[in-house]
Design a protein. Structure first.
Length: 895
């Protein structure tokens, strides 16, 4: 066999080869390429021999080099000494030796000259695959990394980190464009190809990501080890018909078409994105016509607002159950798509976690700095606030909306009971239309009693103005928990749901989201505005009068019912968050008290003063409707006796206050006159003299709760676990890890810090025992307090997560436990205990609810300490724990 000298190319760079390895015949263009290839070459040809002139080599004159396992009868020699010439002439080359020699010599001739690392790891053609966009070129090409190769790339990076520990920096002046090097950036190793060499820097492309970086010649650039060059590049460029919506780190589903552009770039197609069908379920309703009313928006004739019903189909009743089951079994899928901007009216759907579990929802608006989302539950007909959203599982995207809107055509409001209802769509009007695109239709709604209503039905995605209404009003029902927002008179007050107390913090953050008005004339009557009030807090309102005073506007607080004159410069334009946030304000009359004529009540009645105090401290009250009217009710306070507000007011209604009272002003609204006396009231007769020993007045003074200084969890300093590798952390609480995916842990820099923490816990327990109880104390949501833990009857610091009339949901912030605590077991916290929080919420990397992480939970609970890598967590003030031996822990537990 003869070697074709003319066709030989260098095994490294592919140039024409004039030299070859003396031992095995590997062709090279010069000794520089031989040295570059030596890390690979030495595995089958050692030691490095000198180079000789390229010539035709006969099989009998070349020493054969074979792979492991081949049997050689007699090794051939290339020595030309006289001592060996006689022996060589007597050697008979067998057929096996000749075949082995031909294979050895022929190996360099089949090389293409293109190293393995310069080729791309491509998925199968014309098959869809998940990938992540790693880089985008200015010419429109995008670099993607297949999701199936993510773990392989991580393992390669770890191998590089171990292999490159003892390596020296390479001299790029001795390298060429197109060579492979290893690059260290941000304590992570990358493979890189040299694109250009400049005087003091080099342009390098990270072949596993596609990103181009410029690096100084003497910084963090190394020669690769042989194993690094044996892997194909994991990232590869593709060309899409359009890059609309594509951005770095976004997850795409693509398939390669098998064709290339003129530049050699693979052409790809993006899989059509599955979306929630927005059409009316016409065919479903034609088979299953039964519906139920989940929400009623009453008609307001003065505002020309029609009566609108939100109807829910009876089909797919287990949709929410399936959604929560899938969410429990699958690992969390964060939303990688960008959220729509304020000006975009996009149908952005997601899975929102509510108090009732996960629900499919449309995004109405969000506050990024609070991680707070205002969403519409598309299958329940509710608008909800949530701070946890995820992607809807693919298997539940194809289901249509279970709730749609029906507008009553009659101008008068009709009373519709939530009995057995059915709907019949007028199909003759939809003849010839594509049922998959129909979003509105005419129909007839029929009750089981036979009454029928003509309705217009349409798809609804959450914005209330699409239904012809200005506000999303939530009704106040029997036993609802409310508080007094504004005192109109001794017999009439405004109330709102206790949940609206959290709106004050929301309005504070909306200041940066809502733009100012350009000029005063832009503020029209009826405009929804955000009022910036540094003294009493921001609030939302409706402009009612604009011509009272120049550059001033009268604004009605739509959450409290109070009015105030506000400078136009303090007003901000509305936004979807402000417009669609539910309103539960209601003006009601107090039972029995409203029957007392105003002429019999003094203008400075003690009962009126008591109402002002209840409004000032926002006392939670339970609604008790009157039997004959929904606008007349009693309010129940379970913390005092008698609990009925009406009963407490009756002995005080005719009793004037003993001292002159300061006119009450609403702290969170802009009320100028809280008490409105009856006009033209006739003069009252003189009061009879009081008896010598008058009974003491009850509940006329503000309770001690009004003087309590409150401390909030968000304002306290957090001593989080520091980021780093091989950190030894202390486990505080690992209960419910299998369900939640996170634990509570802490880290102490030294023994002194641990002693300080223990001393703080002792102070908390002692203070809880000695501090007097506050009978009317009720913590705000997010407020720090002292709570009595039920398991050991000891006092600990806690943060209020949710509060009702009798109980509160408390998180013991120094340990992470959560339990329901009675209000009589809570005490306000003092300033000497409002110190640093050491407990850190820690998520577990690789957590999967489908796996038996209960075993890891038991291991952490028993070990108390663990060594792991600490990364930045997915939530504010949280951490992500990467436990290196987590697989070993689970394996040991399951043995």
């Amino acid at each position: 066999m003869n070697v074709n000298v003319i066709d030989s190319t260098c095994a490294v760079c592919g140039s024409v080869a004039a030299l070859m390895c003396q031992r095995c015949g590997e062709p090279y263009c010069n000794d520089v390429c031989q040295r570059k290839d030596w890390q690979r070459h030495k595995h089958f040809c050692i030691i490095m021999p000198p180079l000789v002139s390229l010539r035709s080599v006969k099989p009998s004159s070349v020493k054969t080099s074979v792979s492991v396992g081949a049997q050689i009868v007699r090794p051939l020699s290339v020595e030309t000494s006289a001592a060996d010439s006689t022996t060589k002439s007597n050697v008979t080359v067998t057929a096996m030796e000749q075949q082995l020699a031909e294979l050895t010599i022929a190996k360099p001739t089949v090389k293409t000259g293109k190293p393995t690392w310069s080729e791309h790891e491509l998925p199968p053609l014309k098959e869809f695959f998940e990938c992540r966009v790693t880089s985008m070129d200015p010419n429109g090409n995008i670099w993607v990394l297949a999701a199936a190769n993510t773990e392989r790339l991580e393992r390669l990076s770890d191998k590089m980190a171990r292999s490159m520990l003892q390596k020296q920096h390479c001299c790029l002046q001795q390298q060429n464009v197109g060579d492979l090097v290893c690059l260290s950036l941000d304590k992570k190793w990358y493979r890189a190809e040299i694109l250009a060499l400049n005087e003091n820097s080099a342009d390098l492309r990270l072949i596993d990501y596609g990103t181009v970086v410029r690096q100084a010649l003497e910084r963090d650039i190394y020669l690769p080890v042989p194993r690094v060059s044996e892997y194909q590049a994991f990232a590869f460029p593709v060309k899409l018909p359009t890059n609309t919506g594509v951005q770095p780190n976004k997850t795409l589903t693509l398939r390669l078409l098998g064709t290339k552009t003129s530049e050699g770039i693979q052409q790809a197609q993006q899989k059509p994105k599955m979306i929630i069908p927005l059409n009316l379920p016409i065919q479903m309703l034609s088979v299953h016509s039964e519906v139920s009313v989940v929400k009623v928006l009453p008609a307001v004739v003065a505002l020309n607002e029609p009566q609108v019903l939100l109807l829910q189909t009876t089909v797919l009743p287990n949709l929410n159950v399936d959604l929560n089951r899938i969410m429990l079994e699958k690992p969390a899928e964060p939303i990688t798509d960008p959220f729509p901007s304020q000006g975009e009216n996009l149908k952005f759907f997601l899975a929102a976690r509510t108090e009732r579990g996960y629900r499919r929802a449309f995004l109405i608006d969000l506050l990024e700095d609070m991680s707070l989302f205002l969403v519409y539950e598309m299958d329940e007909g509710r608008i909800t606030l949530t701070n946890e959203v995820r992607r809807i599982p693919r298997e539940l995207l194809g289901h249509t909306l279970r709730v749609f809107a029906a507008t009553i055509k009659e101008p008068q409001a009709l009373s519709i009971t939530n009995g057995d209802l059915s709907i019949k769509i007028q199909m003759e009007q939809l003849a010839g239309k594509d049922m998959g695109k129909v979003r509105s239709a005419q129909a007839t709604l029929q009750a089981d009693s036979g009454i029928k209503w003509a309705v217009s039905i349409q798809t609804f995605v959450g914005r209330v103005n699409e239904l012809g209404h200005k506000y999303w009003r939530e009704p106040i029902e029997q036993d609802s928990l409310v508080y007094i927002t504004h005192v109109v008179s001794y017999a009439e007050v405004c109330i709102s749901a206790i949940d609206t107390l959290q709106y004050a913090d929301i309005f504070k953050h909306l200041k940066t989201k809502c733009a100012a008005f350009d000029q005063s004339s832009d503020v029209k009557i009826g405009t929804i505005v955000l009022v910036i009030c540094p003294e009493r807090g921001n609030y939302r309102g409706e402009a009612s009068i604009t011509a009272v005073k120049p550059d001033f506007c009268t604004v009605l607080n739509i959450d409290t019912g109070a009015e105030d004159r506000v400078p136009v410069q303090n007003l901000r334009k509305s936004c979807p968050f402000l417009e669609n946030l539910p309103i539960s304000l209601r003006r009601i009359k107090i039972k029995t008290i409203c029957d007392i004529p105003s002429s019999a009540v003094p203008s400075n009645s003690s009962a009126l003063h008591m109402l002002a105090n209840l409004s000032a401290i926002k006392t939670p009250l339970r609604v008790d409707f009157s039997s004959h009217s929904s606008s007349i009710m009693d309010l129940i306070d379970t913390t005092v006796q008698p609990s009925s507000l009406m009963t407490r007011m009756l002995p005080m209604i005719f009793m004037p206050t003993a001292v002159e009272l300061t006119p009450y002003k609403e702290p969170t609204s802009a009320v100028t006159d809280a008490v409105v006396p009856a006009p033209h009231s006739p003069p009252l007769p003189p009061l009879p003299p009081s008896p010598p020993d008058s009974p003491p007045k009850k509940n006329t003074a503000p309770p001690a709760d009004g003087k309590i200084k409150r401390y909030y969890f968000d304002n306290l300093q957090k001593n989080l676990i520091p980021l780093g590798k091989n950190m030894l952390i202390l486990i505080l609480n690992a209960s419910d890890l299998q369900k939640t995916g996170y634990i509570s842990a802490c880290f102490f820099e030294n023994e002194k810090a641990a002693e300080n923490f223990q001393n703080l816990l002792d102070m908390i327990a002692e203070s809880g025992e000695q501090a007097p109880s506050e009978p009317n104390y009720m913590p705000d949501v997010g407020e720090m307090c002292l709570a009595l833990f039920s398991e050991d009857d000891s006092w600990y610091r806690g943060v209020c997560l949710k509060v009702s009339s009798e109980k509160a949901r408390i998180c013991y912030c120094d340990y992470g436990n959560v339990e329901i605590v009675s209000l009589d077991k809570l005490k306000p916290i003092t300033s000497d205990l409002a110190h640093t929080i050491y407990a850190t919420k820690c998520f577990i990397s690789g957590f999967d609810k489908s796996k038996k992480f209960k075993l890891l939970e038991e291991h952490l609970a028993s070990s108390n300490k663990i060594c792991c890598n600490v990364l930045k967590g997915p939530e504010p003030n949280s951490r992500l724990l990467d436990i290196p031996n987590i697989d070993q822990i689970l394996a040991q537990e399951t043995v």
